[in-house]
Ligand binder design. Structure first.
Ligand code: G3I
Length: 504
């Protein structure tokens, strides 16, 4: 029986209605292959579906190919609470009924977003009033759908588009501000997660944003989100997933040189260490308006789609691969000067991108794909190892703190021959215990003994990175780091250690 990875509800729905390729002998579909691998592939239900403006083969395609679904616009604030405390859940109810009937995972999009909020909200400026409005909206909406929405986009697009990134604040000419951040401050995000969790503790809770596929390096949007997720986890804020919208443009660049999919892989790995999933929530790969949508472009687009699916299947903490539309005919992409970004054409015929996704799924045998809804990905060896490094860091920090408090010359309990210098000295001897390399600060230079090349990271006492060099041999200058107390982490091969240093 191929249904072992599915919930019984899904099995029942698929069996009763006879949908999906998982039914023995049925045609191969994205949904069938994804279900065999314990994963979800989804799409929106377009707004035109709710107004009855779509042909029958739209719905037929949607439920044949996808096992996850999300409303395009119908569960946003302006649709669900058009006037204060008057709620309209009719379309949301239709979506969850459809999801249930067809054995699909249901996403709720979106609770706290600066866009598509009704004017009555925007007219408020008082912090306490707006906190009350957001709390009421979340409690009523999440309460209404309790147990029927598997996952909420609790906060959507709250990071600005600048570099370096920060929370989206006051409006600019090109971008709107956020009524929530402008009047409440960053605590609107923390509160939104807490309120949602209180009402529906079983739902997964995501932070969702765009441009997260652009890398996690210094100054990046994903890097900023990562820091916030770390902070939320430390504070006990109940976030379980990040949604990468992934609205990307197909260019003439060969997809393998674009790097977007690999950027998501790196992001997924960092989130895995925090016990958080990464989902692809709004994928489309549009071809720039005016460019030919010819065979070469469609093949390239397919290759691009495949890379996202490959990464999705290979990373254990990725659960959903959701495409922002079914057919190019009803896609929002025109508004972005892009075209033909989906996997079915105007006539709902499969495009090369569809075949690429099927090929990727088939290339990843079910037993090689991790099911993050069934098993705990934080227990996996690679992640546990990274986690143990993080734990070792915190132990090292605690030790360093106690050394700092005591302040005498401390005798190391390890095999170390020489004592560790006082913590406030500029000479800090590291790592004898590890027998791999020694580290000493003299003036503003960090000297590393040994032949191996080492990765050096310096963090301030709040854990914020202030310096990093991935290949240090001999010594490295910390001249750019201001005076102060820091933690330095040196990694070489499989050895890594953390110590406290003082720069004066
Ligand atoms: O509700 C009005 C309706 O009263 C009016 O008759 C009609 C006339 O054009 O417009 C309707 O509003 C439109 C709305 O969709 C509902 O159909 C807006 O003009 C239109 O701008 C809006 O676009 C949506 C867009 O979000 C708004 O931000 C797109 O359909 C929707 O695909 C898009 O989805 C977003 C995600 O929520 C978040 N991530 C980005 C993604 C793409 O922009």
């Amino acid at each position: 029986m191929k249904f072992t990875r599915l919930t019984s509800g899904v099995v029942l729905a698929a069996t009763v209605i006879g949908l999906g390729a998982s039914v023995a002998g049925a045609q191969e579909t994205l949904r069938g292959l994804a279900e065999e691998r314990g994963r979800y592939v989804g799409s929106i239900l377009n707004s035109q579906w709710f107004s009855g403006g779509l042909p029958g083969n739209y719905e037929e395609t949607q439920k044949r190919e996808f096992n996850a679904v999300v409303c395009e616009n119908e569960m946003k604030f302006d649709a669900t609470e058009p006037s204060q405390n008057n709620f309209n859940f009719n379309n949301g109810d239709r979506m969850v009924k459809y999801a249930k009937q067809n054995g699909m995972r249901a996403r709720g999009h979106a609770l706290a977003w600066h866009s598509q909020v009704p004017n009555w909200v925007n007219s408020h400026k008082n912090k306490q009033e707006l906190l009350g409005i957001l709390k009421n909206h979340i409690e009523k909406t999440v309460g209404h759908f309790k147990g029927q929405i598997d996952e909420w986009d609790v906060v959507n697009e709250a990071v600005n588009d600048n570099d370096p990134h920060d929370w989206r604040a006051t409006a600019t000419n090109s971008r709107p501000g956020s009524v929530w951040f402008d009047n409440i401050g960053a605590e609107f995000l923390d509160s939104a997660f807490v309120w949602t969790h209180r009402v529906d503790p079983d739902a997964e809770l995501c932070y969702n944003d765009y441009n997260l596929e652009q890398g996690i390096g210094e100054g990046s949007k994903a890097g900023f989100v990562l820091k916030q997720v770390k902070r939320w986890k430390e504070m006990g804020i109940p976030i379980t997933c990040v949604g990468s919208q992934t609205h990307v443009e197909d260019t003439t660049t060969a997809p393998e040189f674009n790097g977007a999919a690999e950027n998501l892989r790196a992001f997924a790995k960092e989130l895995a260490k925090l016990g958080v999933k990464l989902n692809i929530t709004e994928l489309d790969i549009g071809i720039k308006s005016g460019m030919p949508v010819d065979a070469a472009a469609l093949a390239r687009q397919g290759h691009f789609y495949r890379q996202f699916m490959d990464v999705f299947l290979e990373e254990p903490n990725m659960g959903e691969f959701v495409i922002w539309g079914v057919s190019d005919k009803w896609s929002w992409l025109g508004g972005l000067n892009r075209q033909a970004g989906l996997i079915f054409n105007d006539n709902l015929q499969k495009k090369p991108a569809y075949d690429s996704l099927i090929a990727s799924l088939k290339a990843h045998a079910p037993e090689t794909v991790f099911n993050p809804y069934k098993d705990d990905f934080t227990k996996l060896d690679s992640i546990a190892k990274a986690d143990s490094i993080a734990k070792a860091d915190s132990v090292a920090k605690a030790v360093a703190d106690s050394i700092a408090k005591a302040n005498p010359v401390v005798e190391d309990t390890s095999k170390q021959i020489e004592p560790i210098a006082p913590a406030d000295s500029t000479e800090v001897l590291l790592s004898r215990a590890y027998g791999v390399f020694g580290v000493k600060v003299s003036g503003r230079t960090l000297n590393i003994s040994g032949d191996a090349s080492a990765k050096v990271q310096v963090f301030d006492m709040q854990g914020r990175p202030v310096f990093s060099d991935k290949a240090v041999k001999g010594s490295v200058s910390l001249a750019t780091v201001p005076n102060g107390i820091y933690m330095v982490r040196v990694t070489s091969g499989t050895s890594s250690l953390v110590r406290r240093i003082a720069l004066k």
